[in-house]
Design a binder for this molecule. Structure first.
Ligand code: NAD
Ligand code: UDP
Ligand code: UDP
Length: 326
């Protein structure tokens, strides 16, 4: 007889940075986990350590196409997340957010599964409200280079709430703020991976603009904890719920903290600020704290040290394979 606590859980984008940590946690909890990924930015290596687990299955599939499986819960994480990756093929990025959401919502509707959406702080755009609360509607350029991601995620939120209202789907919409940690792609161009790889290689760290823009960085283990709490929260909590670390830091200070965490002798150089780069970003997480009893615990220096160990290992593995770059 099936254990009622053991669920069949689909994780789309499960071979990516956040998805691989989520799959790992759910497998450890004893659930049957189906990881679906088209390996656009994620890799088989990210979940290689799970492949021998009898309660883990990996399927190559693009969620812009229909998917027919039987599951109890869906975490919809599939979508490139770094600006470099999502701007590489912007049309595919929008398709993944919009067509992907429709397919996953259609699946959830057919099998009556609970469905979680990995939305983003980018729905607030270059925010004029600081810190950002969930009731802020955002300040988004609909036609700029970041729009494929921002507007795709906004449309996905609309679809989630319309499926909820129209078809009574049980939804969870999380607005995720910048998250970092092991298994970030070393070449994804995000600030933590760039700074880490540069510091470990002993080359200058590239601060964009004058480095006074801010982000609030959450360690991956804390974020995964929030995902699972949210999925297991009562059905009336649809969201959106901000998830992130309210501790804000300038990019210049972050560069210095990465240099310290890696013991690097690298210098800092300044490069032009990309178009539409949000100026400040800091989550108000009162809702998550009140409703989920959640707040992040990992101090930045501890998270950076763990991330540095991962990137150092990546570089050593690449060196052993005779590669010149990771
Ligand atoms: P990631 O790029 O490491 O992971 C995304 C995964 O989705 C990859 O494995 C990729 O191959 C897969 N994918 C992309 N398009 C797909 C498609 N059409 N079909 C199937 N798989 C597809 O990024 P991440 O940082 O792990 O982000 C995961 C999710 O969280 C994304 O939806 C992202 O928008 C959201 N998010 C992340 C952050 C962050 O700071 N990491 C912040 C806000 C939101
Ligand atoms: N879908 C899917 N798996 C399922 C059920 C539906 O991928 O198990 C997709 C299918 O492509 C469909 C979409 O989800 O077009 C939306 O489904 P819905 O039932 O909401 O609408 P439909 O277009 O079928 O009327
Ligand atoms: N950034 C930087 N140097 C880099 C990469 C990024 O100064 O090598 C800055 C970028 O301009 C932005 C912040 O760091 O202000 C965070 O960028 P990221 O791409 O990680 O994520 P975003 O929050 O912009 O989506």
């Amino acid at each position: 007889m099936k254990d009622p606590l053991r669920k069949r859980i689909l994780v789309t984008g499960g071979a990516g940075f956040l998805g691989s940590h989520l799959c790992e946690r759910l497998v450890t909890q004893g659930h049957d986990v189906l990881c679906v990924d088209n390996f656009y930015t994620g890799t088989r290596e990210n979940v290689a350590h799970l492949l021998d687990c009898p309660n883990f299955e990996l399927m190559r599939h693009d969620i812009t196409f229909p998917l027919y499986v039987e599951v109890d819960e869906i975490y919809n994480l599939a979508c490139p997340a770094s600006p470099v990756h999502y701007q590489h093929d912007p049309v595919q990025t929008t398709k993944t957010s919009v067509h992907g959401a429709i397919n996953m919502l259609g699946l959830a509707k057919r099998v009556k599964a609970k469905i979680f959406q990995a939305s983003t702080s980018e729905v607030y755009g270059d925010a004029r409200v600081h810190p950002q609360t969930e009731d802020y509607w955002g300040h988004v350029n609909p036609i700029g280079p970041r729009s494929c991601y921002d507007e795709g995620k906004r449309c996905a939120e609309t679809l989630f709430f319309d499926y909820h209202r129209q078809h009574r789907l049980s939804i969870r919409v999380a607005r995720i703020f910048n998250t970092y940690g092991p298994r970030m792609h070393p070449a994804d161009g995000r600030v933590v991976s760039n700074f880490m790889m540069q510091a470990l290689a002993g080359v200058p760290l590239t601060v964009y603009g004058d480095g006074s823009q801010t982000r609030s960085l959450c360690y991956v283990d804390d974020m995964v904890d929030a995902f699972i709490r949210f999925m297991n929260a009562p059905d009336d909590l649809c969201g959106p719920v901000n998830l992130g670390n309210p501790e804000e830091i300038t990019m210049l200070l972050l560069a210095r903290r990465v240099i310290a965490a890696t013991g690097s002798t690298s210098k800092i150089v300044y490069r032009p600020l990309p178009a539409d780069d949000p100026w400040h970003r800091q989550p108000d997480i009162s809702l998550a704290t009140a409703k989920l009893g959640w707040q992040p615990h990992t101090p930045l220096d501890e998270g950076l040290a763990a991330t540095a160990r991962y990137f150092r290992a990546c570089m050593e593995a690449a060196r052993e394979m005779g590669a010149h770059a990771v």
